[in-house]
Design a protein around this ligand. Structure first.
Ligand code: GDP
Ligand code: MG
Length: 163
């Protein structure tokens, strides 16, 4: 069985775009409106000789904000069972939000290794969010543009020692 890599993050940060980028097919729904992806999606990815299964999650989407923590645990804990690692995606253009911080707190309590991914980092618009994201406590963020395919080599370099 391939090691599993689970993509985690609040709605609209680009999780499904990253999944598409890594799988190389347009299988996950990507939409401007948050909440389009409903289920976990599985795809196989390979780069630089590394083979893994990549899982797109949508555990936070379409939720009543009041019930967020509970749903988060149920959906994402299920996705993390047996996972080799998680990619924690933030939107470096939007900067950190309270939900990012909540997810970070929750993720620190999980035993899975985490690589922090600062998406939407093309150009200079993502710089502020990139530096901010150090504060989440997952070390150096990988600056990425899932949409434009920039930073994918850096992402794999960060994943290589874990997988
Ligand atoms: P998800 O809700 O986390 O799965 O996010 P999606 O993958 O559906 O993307 C949400 C929005 O962000 C869409 O409009 C995407 O086109 C956009 N997006 C995703 N990746 C990037 C990126 O690297 N740069 C920019 N500027 N936009 C992106
Ligand atoms: Mg999605």
């Amino acid at each position: 069985m391939l090691p599993q890599v689970v993509i985690i993050g609040r709605p609209n940060v680009g999780k499904s775009t990253l999944w598409n980028r890594l799988v190389g097919k347009k299988l996950a729904l990507v939409d401007d409106q948050p909440g389009v992806t409903r289920d976990r999606r599985f795809g196989d990815a390979e780069l630089l000789g590394m083979k893994f299964q990549i899982v797109d999650t949508a555990g936070w989407e379409d939720d009543d904000p009041a019930s967020l923590p509970g749903r988060m645990r149920a959906q994402t804990e299920a996705a993390l069972v047996g996972a080799a690692m998680a990619l924690f995606v933030i939107d470096s253009r939007a900067g950190l939000t309270p939900l990012d911080e909540e997810i970070a707190r929750w993720l620190r309590g999980q035993s899975v290794p985490v690589v922090l991914v600062a998406n939407k980092a093309e150009g200079k618009a993502g710089d502020a969010g990139l530096y901010e994201s150090f504060a989440l406590g997952f070390g150096d963020p990988v600056a990425l543009s899932a949409e434009h395919g920039e930073g994918v080599a850096d992402l794999f370099e960060a994943m290589l020692p874990i997988l």
